[in-house]
Design a protein around this ligand. Structure first.
Ligand code: PMP
Length: 443
């Protein structure tokens, strides 16, 4: 029996239901990304503009998952559309070098404090794979420490510790060490006892885009310990780069890693990734004349048909230029602050325990737990996490919000295209959705 919220969702979205029935013949679960699995079916979209996208049944949906975090300018920003359209007409692939890729790297270096040298890829997964390989090649050590629940794409090494590790040899997984975050003594003990740790990689605001926050003090401690033991510190700034601040989480917290990985905003809405950092480490790609041993066994060979492709470079250059020279980050942050305040006021008014918290333009709604926090970095106990992650309640909330024209649920990624009116609309949609979820006895 569908719930009242599900029933309404089904009634409002007949064309999406039809398309999903067709898609199920082609794709596992009928979708092309694990995060798009959705019961009873996901929505299908036709076009987008600014803060919103439009589904096949004609609804306008305010988007708080814009391009999985790539679209800090919102959808179809005119300057990006123009840059990409013009480049399309000039050529999409020269199987050769362009001035655009130089400009792209110059913006990365201008903005990201740790970037001395840069290598472009097509995704964050690739950039993270390359980063740990560089660290291994550079240090001559084999182990990599990551933290529980931190996401670094879907490569064989970096999914260690998470679900869905089918097909990965145990030999591969055994080179990864998965530790709990926020406890520097465990990290230091592990490095000392192993003697073979090449790198530590983490999401610098915490797992799942900051949903399980890292304490800023832990970042400083990691920097100190990794420096002392000669371990390469890698910040995965695929989400936080150009968002937590113009210079990412590293500039925001003033902790400069050895290597940084970037994607999402980097590509201005087109596919793009990069690994950047200390020149000595990134230069593990450069052959050394006359050093056969290095070139054969230590150098990192790196090809990739679409590395720094002109379309992504054109979009990326324009996007980073706007981030650097206009108040993109500040506007997204101001909208986030308004949303945070609006939702916290709403929770208080409806007497629903929980909070909306987060740093810069990434916010998280934590429902069902009475607690104190500073509305920035909300660290929960495992038991509180369990209550907050009540899948059934959160799923009903997500569906109800879609019924009211908002794609969000319990996570919000803001853009500079969200207006104050959009935020106020969102808060009133939450009032309706939370009330409906409560009527179903889930709050
Ligand atoms: N790192 C982080 C922190 C991410 O959130 C993601 C994707 N959401 C990735 C890496 C992988 O990036 P991509 O999807 O571009 O491969």
């Amino acid at each position: 029996m569908p719930t009242p919220i599900e029933q309404r969702y089904i009634e409002q979205h007949p064309r999406s239901a039809e398309l999903h029935a067709r898609a199920r013949n082609h794709f596992p679960n009928g979708v092309t990304h694990d995060a798009r699995r959705m019961q009873p079916f996901p929505l299908y979209y036709t076009h987008a503009a600014g803060p919103a996208k439009y589904d096949v049944d004609g609804h306008r949906i305010l988007d708080y998952f814009p391009g999985h975090g790539a679209l800090i300018l919102g959808h179809c920003h005119p300057a990006i559309v123009q840059a990409v359209t013009e480049q399309m007409a000039r050529g999409t692939h020269f199987s050769g070098s362009t001035e655009l890729e130089i400009q792209w790297a110059e913006w990365v270096k201008e903005l990201i404090p740790s970037a001395e040298k840069v290598r472009f890829h097509s995704s964050g997964t690739e950039a993270d794979m390359m980063a740990i390989r560089m660290a291994r090649a550079y240090t001559g050590r084999s182990k990599v420490i990551k933290f529980k629940e931190h996401f670094h794409g879907w490569s064989d090494y970096l999914v260690a510790g998470s679900e869905g590790i089918g097909g990965i040899p145990q030999e591969t997984l055994s080179t990864m060490i998965v530790l709990p975050p926020n406890d520097i003594s465990i990290v230091e003990k592990t490095i000392r006892e192993s003697g073979d740790v090449a790198a530590i990689i983490l999401e610098p605001t915490g797992a799942h885009m900051g949903a399980e926050p890292i304490l800023p003090s832990f970042l400083h401690e990691l920097r100190e310990v990794t420096r002392r033991y000669g371990v390469v510190l890698i910040f995965d700034e695929v989400v936080t780069g150009f968002r937590t601040s113009r210079g990412g989480a590293q500039a925001y917290y003033n902790v400069i890693p050895d290597v940084t990985t970037l994607a999402k905003i980097l590509g201005g809405g087109l596919p793009g990734g990069a690994v950047c950092g200390k020149a000595d480490i990134i230069n593990m790609i450069e052959p050394r004349p006359g050093d056969d041993e290095f070139n054969r066994y230590r150098r990192i060979a790196h090809n990739g048909t679409f590395n720094a492709n002109p379309l992504s470079a054109a979009a990326g250059v324009k996007c980073l230029e706007l981030v650097a020279t206009t108040p993109v980050v500040e506007t997204a942050n101001a909208r986030a602050a308004r949303l945070k305040q609006g939702l916290n006021d709403l929770l208080a008014r409806l007497e629903i325990p929980g909070c909306c918290s987060g740093v810069a333009s990434l916010l998280f709604l934590r429902l069902g737990v009475e607690h104190e926090c500073d509305r920035e970095i909300c660290v929960m106990t495992p038991e509180q996490e369990r209550l907050v992650n009540d899948q059934r309640r959160n799923h009903q909330l997500t569906l109800s919000l879609l019924n009211h024209g908002v794609q969000a649920g319990i996570r919000f990624i803001l853009t500079a295209a969200h207006s104050e009116d959009d935020i106020d609309y969102t808060v009133s949609a939450y009032e309706k959705a939370l009330t409906e979820v409560r009527e179903q006895g889930l709050l």
